[in-house]
Design a binder for this molecule. Structure first.
Ligand code: TXA
Ligand code: MG
Length: 317
């Protein structure tokens, strides 16, 4: 099938080579990760990083996550501690982001870290982004590849839809396996979760042998992006509804819901993993179908359901 988007390229040897070249000259590309698609640029370059903020329309005070292949380059940029090593050993590469103290002589662009003395770092698992990171002599700043406040993209086509012709190169590796952004954990003081994700607080608490909580209203928060309206499909959303009007889109979870034209079941077999994977895809689909209102049925507030409810709450703000 011919690809109607001229900026989407199936990831292979040749396109990976082109991706590397593009990043080396400080230009941006769209990349797959196991969580959501990202907008990648050289994290050591002010000029590359500025392009990221500009294209996303992101406020400069909201720092980016820096993505590494392993601990080699990381050691120069941040201070590592015992909690980091424990979590790294268990969950990396994977959908978890660590906020750590920045090294004074780090080469990271100060713009990428919003001039803070901390840095958020992640080691993605998707094999394409891993190959890319391995071939580069610099880490990549990679926020989700959407305009600021929009829903995160889970396919190359979603990325093309967000940036149209202003992004020339997107590497395609199909749909994201997880479909929801990484868990963000702050390790700069008593460990706390800043953004819930696929790896939950129970799993983290077990590894660290202490109770680690999600603190959504922490004053110490250094994630300005997480306080605002976010993940928004641009349509009003009503949460915890038992039903929806015939002209309203109804997002549901579980087998008890009938399959009607306006019903979008995140998982008819009641799987939270499946629901997470379908969430952003469904919000985008509903927007493209021109619905003017979204109602959402209750979604269990356990495990991955906590992350799903968190995103829906922000989308509804
Ligand atoms: O799964 C993910 O993490 C995806 C993929 C592409 O890797 N990336 C992602 O990036 O979600 P972004 O920029 O959409 O979200 C990054 C979040 C923001 O809420 C930001 O405020 C927070 O991480 N963050 C970045 N640096 C931080 C820091 N030093 N301290 C606290 N939070 C930070
Ligand atoms: Mg984002």
């Amino acid at each position: 099938m011919k690809n109607i988007y001229s900026n989407i390229f199936k990831a292979d040897k040749n396109t990976l080579r082109k991706a590397i070249k593009t990043l080396k000259i400080k230009k941006l590309i769209g990349v797959p990760t196991e969580t959501v698609y990202g907008l990648a640029g050289n994290a050591y370059s002010d000029s590359a990083v500025k392009k990221i903020y500009k294209l996303k329309g992101r406020p400069f005070k909201n720092p980016l996550i820096i993505h590494y292949h392993n601990q080699n380059l990381l050691k120069n940029d941040v201070k590592l501690d015992h909690n980091f090593f424990k979590l790294y050993k268990n969950f990396c590469p994977g959908p978890i982001t660590f906020v750590l103290k920045k090294n004074k002589n780090s080469k990271l662009s100060k713009i990428a870290t919003a001039n803070l003395d901390t840095v958020a770092v992640r080691f993605p698992k998707n094999k394409i982004i891993k190959k890319l990171l391995k071939s580069l002599s610099f880490p990549l700043a990679i926020p989700s590849a959407n305009k600021s406040t929009h829903v995160s993209p889970v396919s190359a086509k979603d990325v093309a839809e967000e940036f149209k012709k202003s992004l020339k190169f997107i590497l395609d590796d199909g749909y994201c396996k997880i479909g929801l952004e990484s868990t963000v954990i702050d390790l700069t003081s008593k460990p706390k979760i800043l953004r819930p994700g696929f790896i939950n607080s129970t799993e983290i608490s077990k590894i660290l042998n202490m109770t680690v909580k999600y603190s959504s209203r922490s004053k110490a928060i250094k994630s300005p992006g997480m306080l605002k309206r976010h993940y928004s499909p641009g349509i009003p959303i009503k949460l915890n509804r038992k039903r929806a009007g015939i002209n309203e889109a109804f997002i549901v979870f579980g087998k008890k819901y009938k399959n009607k034209k306006n019903t979008f079941n995140l998982s008819s077999k009641s799987s939270l993993t499946e629901a997470a994977k379908n969430l952003y895809k469904t919000l985008r689909l509903i927007k493209n179908k021109n619905y003017k209102m979204i109602c959402v049925s209750p979604i269990p507030k356990v495990g991955l359901g906590l992350a799903i409810n968190d995103r829906l709450k922000r989308a509804a703000k």
